[in-house]
Structure formats: C-alpha cells, structure tokens
Design a protein around this ligand. Sequence first.
Ligand code: BGC
Length: 269
Amino acid sequence: MEKKLQGQIAIITGASSGIGAGVAKSLAVAGATVVINHPVAATKPAADAVLAEIITAGGTGISYQCDVSKEDEVVKMFSDVVAQFGTVDILVNNAGLQRDSPFTEMTLEQWNFVIGVNLTGQFLCAREAIKEFLRRGVVAERSSAAGKIICMSSVHEVIPWAGHANYAASKGGIMLMMKSIAQEFAPKKIRINSICPGAIQTPINKAAWDTPQALQSLLTLIPYQRIGQPDDIGKAAVWLASDDSDYITGASIFIDGGMTLYPGFSTNG
Ligand code: BGC
C-alpha cells in the first residue's frame, strides 16, 4: 500500500478508544508517526494498547497524556511533540464525550464538561497546531500544505438532539469554528475540515447497538442499513490528511450511511 503520510507527525486527541483509536491506526498504516493522546492516568493502559497494536503492525508512535480542556497541558503537549519529532503536520481534533440529560435537569457541570472537552479542547489544540504550521511553513517533500487539521464533529452539527443540548451545541460550535479558521488560514496553506460521523459502533453509543432491539431501532435512522465502524472514519481521515484532498478546506464531510438524509421522509411527507 502506498504510504501517503510517510514521515508526517500526527497528533490524534482522544485516541485511547473509539473513533480516535481507529483513526490513529489508519494514519499509522498510511505512514504517519502517531501521537496517541489520552486524557488521564487511568486511560494510559488503553492508549498503550492502541500503540502496541500499531507498533506490531509496523507503525510508529507514542502515547501522550494531556487533558485537551486544559490550556497548560495542551501547550505542553505541542511543545513536547515538537521537541521530540521536530514538528507536527496533522492534528485530528477528536477528543469528545457526552453527558446527556433532559435540559431542565442539566447541571452547569455537565454543560461545562462537554463544552470544555468537545469545543474548547478543539480550540486549544487547533491554536497550538496552527502556530506550529505557521512557524514551519510548507515543506514540499512532506505535503503541499503547511498543515492539516481534521475536526471530529458529528451529524449533530446539523441534526438537533433532544436530551443532548450540551453535545449538539458543542458540535454546532465546532462547525463554525472550523469554517472560520479554515477561511483565516487558507492563504497560509493550512487546510481545516470536519468529519461528521453518524452512528459509529464505539463505547460512546453502546446503548444504541448492544441489544438486537436497540440496533433495530437505530437502523431506522440509517438508510444504508448498517452501523458505522471506526475504519469508515479512519479511511476518510487518511484522505483528508493527504495531498489527495489538497483542494478541500472548510468542508464538513458527513460519514453517516445517510443519517442526514431525513430518513423519516422516505415513505411519506
Ligand atoms: C454520538 C453518538 C450517536 C451518533 C448518531 C454521535 O455524534 O456521539 O452517540 O450515536 O452521533 O446520533
């Protein structure tokens, strides 16, 4: 297989499980050296297990603990990675979580926690990545771009989600942050796009697929009639990080089996 990201350094936030782990594996297969970010000491074993799998498969990388909602930790992660590897070429702004609640019962803590990781975390990491991309500039042998950022958004950047107002607000926020910085930094040859996954089979949405009844009900929302896999996202991430997508910036790319196609309208309306 052609290694389209050979020699490039990629930080993937929230890569100890779920979509982040899948993306880290895909980028590593494509030749990138991957920084498998995870948030706390308790997630280190899982991050190290992802790293071990990558190394066994012939890839390279490290695991790195940093809570993306904390400014000092994010600044340190970028300076440590630049000190160790020389630069950063790709940021996958993936770390995200849910703290669901009926709106009138949602605590400020639940609101702030989700916004802090999902939205502020993406802001902090994008800011530090862009500073490094601007410092280094384009190095033609690595990529036509000075850097690439992939923001992990969701179908819920456009689909309202009752009972998940904090999460949907964070994803709607990611959409316009991503487009605003894509506009700001395109002249500097920095490409910034979002992937908007639908239902991907990971721990975050286990309740939606772990019984046949739950899965059956989920499939009524997915015209393509299967749940997504982390690899569906990983393949798109490799493409968005590579020069194959060199003319694409500011795009929200939905990978959702048609979830955003208003499936309720397929038989009436
Ligand atoms: C959420 C999942 C959900 C999916 C589709 C994702 O952004 O994290 O829990 O299954 O959207 O609704």
